[in-house]
Design a protein around this ligand. Structure first.
Ligand code: GLU
Length: 292
C-alpha cells in the first residue's frame, strides 16, 4: 500500500512548488520589468541624473487596488502600475528593490507630488486639465473608463442614469466621484479609498460603487459571488498618466520616450500579462503619447 505519508509528501511538494510559482508571479522579484540599465548617462541637472545618482526613487501608487496596485503579502505592491514603475526605475539604473513605494490615495496625489513626498505617481491617475494646473503628466499609458459595481443579485442598475438620486460610493478627489454627481445626479457617499466602499455596497447602504472599470474588475475577480459590473459599457474616458512635478518638461519627455520604447520592445505587453492581463482578457495597445 502506498503510504498516506508519501502521498501527502508529494502533495506538499506540489503545493510548495505552486506557491513558489505564484509568489514569483506576484512580484517577489523584479516582476516583468527589464534589468536596470548599467550606468546610464543623463544631462547634468536633470531629474533623471539626480535619481540615478541617488540610486533610488520614491513612487506613489495605490495599495488596495487589485490588478493595478495592491500591497502583497511581502509588503510590496504588485500590479500593472507597479510594473510600469519598476520599468521606468530600471531605465534610470535603479533596481526594483531600491524603489520606495508610498501609498497615494485619490485625494493626495497632487499634494504628494507638489510637496516632493514622491518623485512620481503611477496610481490609476487620470490626466485632467484641472490636475495639470498642479502637476505634469507623462503618458497616457492606458485608457480606462468609468463603470458601476453593484451587488451580484441586483439587476435594477445597468447605466449611470439609473443611480440618479441614489446613494453611490466613490472616492474623494477622484474623477468618477465628480462625474457621478455632476452629470448623473447621484447622492455621493465619499470614502478615502475604493476598498472602503465595498462593505457599504454589500450591506446595501449604497446601491453602487463607481470608479474605473479596471479597478472594479479587480474587486469582481476577488469576489465574483458578491459583486458584478452593472454593464460592460463605460461612460467616461480615463487616460492614465504618470504624475510628476509641474513643468519638469525634460523629465516628462524622457518618461514619454521610455513609455514609447516599452510599447515597442515588449515591456508594456509583459507588464500587462504579468498583472491585469491575468483577469482582463483584452490586451491594451499603448495609447498615443500626449506631448502637450
Ligand atoms: N482614474 C480616476 C482618477 O484618477 C479614478 C481612479 C482613482 O481614483 O485612482 O480619479
Amino acid at each position: 500500500m502506498k503510504s498516506l505519508i508519501t502521498r501527502r509528501k508529494s502533495l506538499l511538494v506540489a503545493a510548495s512548488a505552486a506557491l513558489a510559482l505564484s509568489l514569483s508571479a506576484c512580484g517577489g522579484g523584479s516582476g516583468s520589468a527589464p534589468a536596470p540599465v548599467d550606468k546610464p548617462s543623463f544631462a547634468a541637472g536633470t531629474t533623471m541624473e539626480k535619481l540615478n545618482k541617488a540610486g533610488k526613487i520614491v513612487i506613489g501608487t495605490k495599495f488596495d487596488q487589485p490588478l493595478f496596485g495592491q500591497k502583497g503579502l511581502d509588503g510590496k505592491p504588485v500590479g500593472f502600475d507597479v510594473e510600469i514603475g519598476k520599468s521606468i526605475a530600471a531605465k534610470l539604473g535603479i533596481p526594483a528593490d531600491k524603489i520606495e513605494w508610498v501609498e497615494t490615495v485619490s485625494a493626495n496625489r497632487e499634494s504628494f507630488i507638489e510637496q516632493g513626498r514622491v518623485d512620481i505617481v503611477i496610481a490609476t491617475y487620470t490626466i485632467t486639465d484641472a490636475r495639470k494646473q498642479k502637476v505634469s503628466f507623462a503618458g497616457p499609458y492606458y485608457q480606462a473608463g468609468q463603470a458601476l459595481l453593484v451587488n451580484k443579485d441586483d439587476n435594477s442598475i445597468t447605466k449611470p442614469e439609473d443611480v440618479k438620486g441614489k446613494k453611490v460610493c466613490s472616492v474623494t478627489g477622484s474623477t468618477p466621484a465628480k462625474t457621478i454627481v455632476d452629470k448623473y445626479g447621484a447622492d455621493l457617499v465619499p470614502a478615502a479609498n475604493y476598498t472602503a466602499c465595498l462593505e457599504p455596497l454589500r450591506n446595501k447602504q449604497v446601491v453602487a460603487v463607481t470608479t474605473d472599470n479596471v479597478i472594479l474588475a479587480g474587486y469582481v475577480d476577488k469576489e465574483p459571488d458578491a459583486f458584478k459590473l452593472a454593464s460592460d459599457q463605460t461612460f467616461t474616458k480615463e487616460p492614465y498618466g504618470i504624475g510628476l512635478k509641474k513643468d519638469d518638461t525634460v523629465f516628462r519627455n524622457w518618461i514619454n520616450d521610455q513609455l514609447e520604447a516599452f510599447g515597442k520592445d515588449g515591456t508594456y505587453k509583459k507588464a500587462w500579462e504579468a498583472t491585469a492581463g491575468k483577469v482582463i482578457k483584452t490586451a491594451p495597445e499603448l495609447p498615443a503619447i500626449s506631448r502637450y
